[in-house]
Design a protein around this ligand. Structure first.
Ligand code: ATP
Ligand code: MG
Length: 217
């Protein structure tokens, strides 16, 4: 761990542009957050020596049917519960506080204003590329962030690579392999509905919250 003095020097250098900070952005619906998300974020944090990871729950996801998604407040709360014991993880409320659909390009513009001299690493599962291509202004997104593609069982990275390359300008693409976690939020919601167990697929605090509030029944 670095001392407070070292941290101050680093921050000073960053302010004057002598040093670029590296921040990972883990965006998602997080309906609910699970160990797949956490393991992917942690892996990216270590592999690219990031300064921190910002989890960014979407407010109104532009590509999902509204009535099928749990309210932003509860998804945001569960994301906080899941990440609060990791000093390198933070949760942003930028998107959940919006009344309009969350577009990544807008969020990245907001983050650029807050964090000067910072490189962003947008962490995404290989399956999320189709959504990326449907994003508003993908060309601008490419200028605002690098991408970290996390291989996830059942999703071929080839398709991801060619989709990224066909973008103009093409964003910088980094690839990592996270330990195979077949968990998805869809599977967790289905399990709750069918009265099957979800323990150990997501942090204890989160599944307890789900049961206490009677979510996904
Ligand atoms: P849903 O089943 O509702 O689509 P999800 O489990 O895919 O939920 P999202 O909130 O849609 O979760 O995903 C947020 C990000 O996390 C996406 O980039 C997605 O690809 C990635 N992700 C989701 N599950 C995993 C996993 N098990 N391993 C690695 N990455 C994952
Ligand atoms: Mg998904």
């Amino acid at each position: 761990r670095i001392s407070e003095d070292q941290l101050r020097i680093k921050e000073q250098k960053q302010r004057v542009g002598e040093f670029m900070a590296k921040i990972g952005i883990m965006g998602g619906t997080f309906d609910p957050i699970h160990y797949g998300h956490l393991v992917a974020a942690q892996e990216a944090f270590y592999q690219f020596k990031l300064d921190k990871i910002i989890f960014m729950p979407t407010g109104i996801p532009p590509h999902k049917k509204r009535e099928e998604v749990l309210g932003a407040r509860q998804r945001y709360l569960m994301t906080i519960m899941a990440t609060e014991d990791n000093e390198n993880f933070e949760v942003s409320d930028i998107e959940v506080n919006k009344n309009s659909p969350s577009y990544t390009v807008e969020t990245l513009r907001d983050l650029k204003k807050i964090y000067k001299n910072t490189d962003f690493y947008f962490i995404t599962g290989a399956d999320a590329i189709l959504e990326i291509l449907a994003w508003k202004k993908p060309e601008e997104v490419a200028t605002l962030t690098k991408f970290v593609a996390v291989t996830r069982p059942g999703f071929a990275l080839d398709e991801f690579r060619s989709s990224i390359k066909s973008m103009n300008p093409a964003p910088e693409l980094l690839e990592i392999e996270a330990p195979a976690l077949a968990t998805s939020s869809t599977d967790i919601r289905k399990r709750v509905k069918e009265d099957r167990t979800i323990r150990y697929l997501l942090p204890d605090k989160v599944w307890r919250y789900i049961y206490n509030k009677g979510l996904y029944r």
